[in-house]
Design a protein around this ligand. Structure first.
Ligand code: HEC
Length: 134
C-alpha cells in the first residue's frame, strides 16, 4: 500500500495574500498623487497601471477585467468619458465609480501616467489612398 503525501500549501497562500496591496503609488508629480490613490482604491480591481501599483488586468479569466492602462495612452477627456459612461461601451465597467473632483483627479492621473509601456508600434499610414504604383 502506498502512502500519499499531501502537502497543503497554506503558507504559500498566506504569502500571496499578504502581498496583495495597492498602496504602492509611485507618481513623481505630487498633484497626481490623489488621483493615483483614488485609482488604486476604485479601479485597481480591473485595470493595471503601474504608477498606481495596480495589477487588475492580470486575471484574464474574469470577463470584467479592463484594459491594461500601461499599454494604452488615454487622454484626460477619454478617461473622464470612460469614468462617466463606464468604459468605451458601458457594457462591463460600472459608471461613475468616482464623480466630481475625484473623477477629474483620476482622469488627470491617467492622462499623465497611462501608456508608459506603449512601444513604438508600426502605424499604418493614416490615409489609405495610395496611388497604386507599388
Ligand atoms: C468591474 C471592472 C472595472 C472597473 C472597476 C473599472 N473598469 Fe475601466 N474598464 C473595464 C472594462 C472591461 C473596460 C473595457 C470595455 C469598455 O471600454 O467598455 C474598461 C475601460 C476603461 C477605459 C477605456 C480604455 C480604452 O482603451 O479606451 C478607461 C480609461 C477606464 N476603463 C478607466 C477606469 C477608471 C478610471 C476606473 C476607476 C474609476 C475604472 N476604469 C474601473 C472594467 C472596469
Amino acid at each position: 500500500m502506498r502512502r500519499l503525501l499531501v502537502v497543503i500549501p497554506i503558507a504559500a497562500a498566506a504569502l500571496v495574500l499578504a502581498a496583495c496591496g495597492t498602496e504602492d503609488v509611485s507618481v513623481t508629480n505630487a498633484s497626481d498623487e490623489e488621483g493615483a490613490v483614488l485609482f488604486a482604491d476604485h479601479c485597481a480591481g480591473c485595470h493595471t497601471l503601474s504608477a498606481a501599483g495596480t495589477q487588475g488586468s492580470g486575471n484574464r479569466s474574469l470577463r470584467a477585467q479592463g484594459p491594461n492602462l500601461d499599454q494604452r495612452e488615454i487622454s484626460y477627456d477619454d478617461a473622464l468619458y470612460a469614468i462617466h459612461n463606464g468604459g468605451a461601451s458601458g457594457a462591463v465597467m460600472p459608471q461613475n465609480i468616482v464623480v466630481g473632483d475625484d473623477a477629474e483627479k483620476v482622469a488627470q492621473f491617467i492622462n499623465d501616467y497611462s501608456g508608459t509601456q506603449v512601444e513604438d508600434s508600426p502605424r499604418p499610414s493614416a490615409d489609405g489612398s495610395g496611388s497604386g504604383s507599388g
